[in-house]
Design a protein around this ligand. Structure first.
Ligand code: AAO
Length: 453
């Protein structure tokens, strides 16, 4: 399904949520490329309704590439810059609906529109009107018809079953492909039948990576597994389960994390510790607010061979609707990390574990060890070794069997490897594949063949 994934396996995605195009471009060059990220996922680029909230981007008004994130020229230049840095670009594609404004208005780039009228693009006949719940809104997720024919929070629901709408949506996506885009996150996929997404995908001018947003809901009739024929699907259970394990259960339970937990098949699962919705609306996931534990959870995700991982990059917020820090509106200046922008993708543990992921791609897990509680360790056969200690105490002086070639390895949890040197502790693996070390409380050690001295 993921026909356009780069050879040698799927690469790590950084989700630069709400970053402007010039900011994304400079981050590709300075950080994403050098750290080995394979993709950047960017916020919806089409013209949207006006407002300061982040979610205005999810209310399309036209398909002009003209938005708070930047102009078409800036978008194109960003794609080119990221490609030059070895980073592919995934666009958050809002194709299920248009705006949710009852009285219409003027879009970001000046296009006027009505709730069910987008001049030159869509008119009244192109939308669903389900006539339920005192209007057209979805109320009952246990009703398939309603979820796919009513409106998600008042957003004018496109008739994705019609040829006209399919062609128009494909034209938008093909325009993005012509600008060099490599893939799409299909927003609100649950609200479109899988066959409609397939029909749009079939109209694309070339293969593209597809990942669909279908939030798993226990007992709901529409299941994530229905969509795997089109490409990858976000596995929302992953972040929820991982948070529960770190917060109130035992890391030892992770030994079969993924399919063994009823999650989607690894080859089609898109996973993350949190995303822009879960960090706001669904209690219980780990986020940047959890600092060190969040870094450890991401280290596990990147170290564990299940699914295709996305690293979330957020901005600090207290109000769920609040847009990003002010420099998002300044399209000429780079986003400033650590001043309102959390930049989790730059946190040393997370960024260095991207290198671990790349160095261990395609290998399985062996030499699993756990203490029955919150200390775990495993090899990525012949390529790397990760141990995490989520106990409240240090594990001192234990020996670990890695099966790795003898040598001196950079501990990439505590140091960065570059130009043959390690800025942190060096782990020595002996001729039999063992090393001894102390793992502090709430900490870890990671070594891999790509960071060997
Ligand atoms: C804004 C205003 C609205 C206003 C609207 C129109 O907030 O008041 O009516 O404008 O003017 C984003 C924002 C919205 C914003 C919207 C448009 O989040 O606040 O509305 O832009 O600007 C469902 C969908 C899923 C969707 C999610 C938010 O299935 O596709 O709702 N996510 C995407 C984007 C999201 C975006 C949109 C879609 C729209 O990622 O950012 O909205 O483009 C259950 C169901 C899920 C359902 C959730 C929430 O999930 O299973 O399908 O998601 O409920 O309704 C546990 C359960 C799980 C449950 C979950 C959450 O995990 O296991 O079943 O909790 O409760």
């Amino acid at each position: 399904p993921a026909a356009a994934a780069p050879s040698g396996g799927k690469k790590v995605i950084a989700n630069l949520f709400e970053w402007t195009w010039p900011s994304v471009a400079s981050e590709c060059t300075s950080t994403l490329g050098p750290k080995g990220y394979g993709y950047v996922q960017v916020s919806p680029p089409q013209e949207h309704v006006r407002g300061n909230q982040w979610w205005v981007a999810y209310q399309p008004v036209s398909y002009r590439i003209e938005s708070r994130k930047g102009t078409r020229a800036q978008f194109r230049s960003m794609v080119d810059t990221c490609h030059a840095a070895g980073v592919k670009v995934i666009v958050d594609a809002v194709v299920n609906h248009m705006s949710g404004q009852d009285n219409g208005g003027t879009g970001w780039a000046g296009s006027s529109y009505g709730h069910y009228n987008y001049p030159g693009i869509y008119s009244a006949q192109d939308f669903h009107y389900c006539g339920r719940n005192g209007g057209n809104d979805i109320a009952n997720y246990n009703d398939r018809f309603e979820v796919q024919n009513c409106e998600l929070v008042n957003l004018a629901d496109l008739k994705t079953g019609s040829d006209y709408v399919r062609n128009r949506l494909a034209a938008y996506l093909n325009d993005l492909l012509s600008l060099g885009v490599d893939g799409f996150r299909m927003d609100a996929s649950k609200h479109m039948p899988a066959a409609d997404i397939a029909a749009i995908k079939n109209r694309l001018s070339r293969p593209a990576y597809i990942v669909q947003e279908v939030i798993y809901g226990a007992g709901e009739p529409i299941q994530p597994s229905e969509y795997t024929g089109n490409g990858d699907v976000h596995e929302f259970r992953y972040g929820k389960d991982l948070a529960r394990v770190f917060r109130s259960e035992r890391l030892a339970y992770l030994r079969n994390f993924g399919e063994g937990w009823g999650h989607l098949p690894s080859g089609v699962a898109s996973v993350f510790v949190d995303n822009h919705d879960t960090q706001r609306d669904v209690g219980g996931v780990l986020t940047y607010r959890d600092r060190g534990v969040y870094a450890l959870a991401n280290a596990f995700m990147l170290g564990w061979p299940y699914g295709s991982p996305t690293v979330m990059s957020s901005y600090t917020f207290t109000n769920r609707d609040a847009g990003p820090p002010s420099d998002a509106n300044n399209k000429t200046r780079a986003t400033t990390c650590y001043s309102g922008w959390e930049c989790e993708h730059r946190w040393p543990v997370i960024a260095n574990m991207v290198g671990f992921r790349n160095a261990t791609e395609g290998t399985g897990v062996s030499n699993w060890y756990d203490n029955g509680n919150n200390h775990i360790a495993f090899s990525r056969t012949g390529r790397g070794y990760l141990t995490l200690n989520d106990e409240d105490y240090a594990i001192t002086g234990r020996s670990y069997y890695t099966g790795l070639p003898a040598g001196r390895y950079c501990d990439v949890i505590h140091g960065t490897f570059s130009n043959g040197t390690c800025s942190g502790p060096v782990i020595t693996v002996d001729g039999n594949g063992w090393f001894s070390a102390t793992v502090p409380a709430k900490d870890g050690i990671a070594i891999h063949v790509g960071a060997r001295l």
